[in-house]
Design a protein around this ligand. Structure first.
Ligand SMILES: [Ca+2]
Ligand SMILES: [Ca+2]
Ligand SMILES: [Ca+2]
Length: 130
């Protein structure tokens, strides 16, 4: 895939409401999407796909989860799945405060209650690399 193709995919993923063609600036050209660097978050436990769930692409830091993909995810996550090249730190309060838990690459956590973090996460950091 050439440079134009990659740029177009990043445009589709990152700027859904963009009204014109993107300028091929430094950010777009340098950023290559790592499809294994993500965390999928679920509103319910056991990865229940019948309730809200969303994939968050890394690397990215969320100081708040108040508006992620159009939903308030604060204190609502009960299970997570990490991509094989993502590590995530999650915090019980916004702005990366309170109790911190770390998830390893590829980790699947069906019930955050076992870590005493069910419906408690309010901010997180997604890093790429193991
Ligand atoms: Ca459910
Ligand atoms: Ca929940
Ligand atoms: Ca909390």
């Amino acid at each position: 895939m050439g440079t134009m193709g990659k740029g177009f995919i990043l445009w589709l993923l990152g700027v859904p409401a963009f009204t014109g063609l993107p300028a091929y600036g430094a950010d777009l050209e340098l950023q290559v999407l790592d499809k294994n660097c993500f965390i999928e978050i679920f509103e319910d436990d056991n990865f229940d796909v019948d309730d809200p769930h969303v994939v968050l692409q890394g690397p990215k830091e969320y100081a708040t989860l108040k508006n992620v993909a159009g939903k308030d995810w604060s204190n609502d996550i009960e299970s997570v799945i990490l991509g094989s090249n993502a590590t995530v730190r999650a915090y019980e309060d916004k702005d990366f405060k309170g109790t911190e838990i770390a998830f390893a690459s590829g980790q699947r956590v069906p019930n955050l209650g076992k870590l005493d973090m069910a419906n408690d996460i309010e901010s997180l950091k997604i890093a790429c690399g193991k």
